[in-house]
Design a protein around this ligand. Structure first.
Ligand SMILES: [Zn+2]
Length: 581
């Protein structure tokens, strides 16, 4: 099947094509047969020429139960294979374009390599490789499925160029070799699934990278930034030529996608953050660094001391989509955007302080920190509004409660394979609800007790939280964390008020949760001259009763201040009509 997708551009290679077809049929080409267990790469970047040249070694391990004689190596379609050797001997390989959306160009240069001998299951082979080419702005994978060009370029902004270069690895630009089955952006989960499989296979991989950038124009060496804090970066100057180099080790490579950036950056250093800005964005860079410094205390209070300095790297296109890798953030620092440097910095500094391999914890807490920041700056109503805006996105993906859910959706949850909407928006709301339920002090203690190396099962974090409270939260974790049971839908079923001896009013409210997830929800009772807020736990498809004493005749009940995501909020207001006597 997959062979049909290959394009053989040269007529003269027709016979090779047949040859290949027979080889491939015999051995059935398995692109994901080998795991790349180690990379040792020398990367030469030439910004003036937009060029990238790589030489190095790869170790491949056969992770299938059968011997493998063919290995597949893939790089971006804008790069070309120069040589592939094993034990100093050139290997025969067929280089072909392979259509796949894992690369920004929408295609890969695939080398189908005939190995010197079949590699036994679990056996390894070391290959010496060389390839080169250019990395230009290219959003073909997006424009060919109809994404407007501008949006596509703001998303796939990777390129090497004289003014600035920024290039992300697997999933964006295959600037180091990978081996994956076809990823197709026009199929909903195809790319995320292919990428996830690749990252899983690379979860114990070691990558040693030496990146070098040279220039001969008499200008000083350009700052080179790589998303690995432990990189050794060197700058050398000899006559008119200058050289920047970085020596980096990723171990394990896992889900950290190697990224490098080089430009004539200005540099701002503060105790908690380093900002690399393009010349025209110096003012914005200053204000970003200042905003970050201002929130260090909030972040430390909640998530502990930073384990590394956050780094922010400027992108030239003011509309470029930000990209984060831990506390390393690539984002446009545009001068006229005073929108929310504090909001972005809150997220980034949380990553510098708190690490978990579980996205609902790591990303969820970083988004939660943004809501905490809004609350500190503008108060709870503004923070709740911020949450509500995100919850609105959520209710879109959580709608189909009435329709039987597909198996995919049934298995979807915060602790299961990552779903970005869930581990960002939903997880943020989950952390906020937990905070409202157990209180700041208890939640901070639970977060402080978290040790990533001890996180062996999904229930680890929930247990840390449960240990800080007397409340039973198992139902909450079941509905929101272990499973994705959709959203609650609250409604006041009835409300009766009775005047007391002292002249106040005793209001008895019955709340109905028509939804499929339980929650503790704020209930606000409005009366002439004020309002009273209480909280009530209402399990899924259940009712609960609360009695509230009100100083004057109650007029209206509002369920949910917006801090609990809900599928339908149209039924949340209840007017209390005075009963005719
Ligand atoms: Zn993040």
């Amino acid at each position: 099947m997959k062979l049909l997708e290959m394009k053989f551009p040269y007529k003269g290679l027709g016979f090779l094509c047949l040859l290949c077809a027979s080889v491939v049929n015999c051995f059935s080409l398995d692109r994901e047969a080998f795991t790349f267990t180690s990379y040792d790469l020398n990367v030469r970047v030439e910004p003036e020429q937009h060029r990238l040249g790589v030489r190095g070694k790869l170790t491949l391990r056969n992770d299938t139960p059968t011997p493998q004689k063919i290995a597949v190596l893939q790089i971006s379609s804008s790069l070309d294979w120069r040589s592939i050797k094993a034990a100093d001997k050139p290997l025969q390989f067929l280089s072909q374009p392979y259509t796949s959306d894992i690369d920004h160009t929408g295609a890969l240069s695939e080398a189908i390599v005939t190995l010197p001998q079949a590699i036994a299951p679990k056996g390894t082979i070391e290959l010496e490789i060389a390839y080169e080419g250019v990395i230009l702005l290219d959003a073909t994978r997006l424009t060919r499925i109809g994404t407007p060009e501008e949006t596509a370029n703001n998303t796939d902004w990777d390129q090497i160029g004289p003014a600035s270069s920024a290039v992300r690895g697997a999933g964006y630009v295959a600037w180091y070799p990978i081996a994956t089955d076809v990823a197709n952006l026009s199929e909903e989960n195809s790319l995320p699934e292919v990428l996830e499989r690749w990252k899983t296979r690379e979860s114990a991989t070691k990558m040693h990278l030496r990146i070098g950038v040279s220039r001969d124009d008499g200008e000083p060496a350009q700052p080179l930034v790589v998303n690995q804090a432990s990189c050794q970066v060197l700058y050398e100057q000899m006559g008119r030529s200058s050289h920047s180099s970085a020596d980096c080790t990723y171990q394990p490579l896992g889900s950290r996608i190697p990224v490098f950036a080089v430009a004539n950056y200005g540099f701002i250093e503060r105790p908690s953050i380093e900002v690399y800005n393009l010349a025209t964005h110096a003012v914005a860079a200053e204000s970003y660094a200042t905003a970050a410094e201002k929130i260090v205390s909030l972040i430390t209070e909640w998530f502990g001391k930073a384990h590394e300095k956050a780094r922010t790297i400027d992108l030239p296109d003011p509309r470029a989509a930000p990209f984060e890798s831990g506390s390393f953030l690539l984002t446009p620092l545009s001068d006229n955007d005073s929108a929310a440097p504090g909001l972005t910095a809150a997220h980034q500094l949380t990553h510098a302080a708190f690490v978990s391999f579980r996205p609902w914890i790591e990303e969820g807490l970083a988004h939660f920190a943004q809501a905490l920041y809004v609350e500190r700056e503008k108060g709870r109503p503004a923070a709740v509004e911020y949450l509500t805006a995100h919850a609105a996105e959520l209710s879109e993906i959580e709608i189909p409660t009435a329709v039987p859910r597909s198996e995919d959706k049934v298995n979807r949850s915060l602790v299961n394979p990552p779903n970005e909407e869930l581990y960002r928006s939903k997880a943020m709301c989950v952390w906020w609800m937990l905070r409202d339920m157990v209180g700041d002090a208890a939640l901070k203690k639970a977060i402080a007790a978290y040790r990533p190396e001890q996180d062996k099962e999904p229930s680890y974090m929930p247990r840390l939280i449960a240990a800080q409270t007397q409340r039973d939260l198992e139902w909450f974790f079941d509905d929101w964390v272990y499973r994705d049971r959709g959203l609650p839908d609250f409604k006041v079923e009835s409300a009766f008020s009775r005047k007391t001896m002292s002249g106040s009013f005793m209001l008895t409210i019955t709340l109905d949760n028509l939804g499929t997830a339980g929650a503790e929800v704020p209930v606000i009772v409005k009366f002439t001259g004020g309002e009273i807020m209480r909280r009530l736990e209402v399990r899924a498809k259940n009712k609960a009763v609360i009695r509230v004493e009100v100083p004057a005749a109650p007029q209206e009940i509002v369920v949910n201040d917006g801090s609990v995501p809900e599928s339908d909020t149209a039924n949340n207001n209840f007017k209390i009509v005075e009963e005719a006597k």
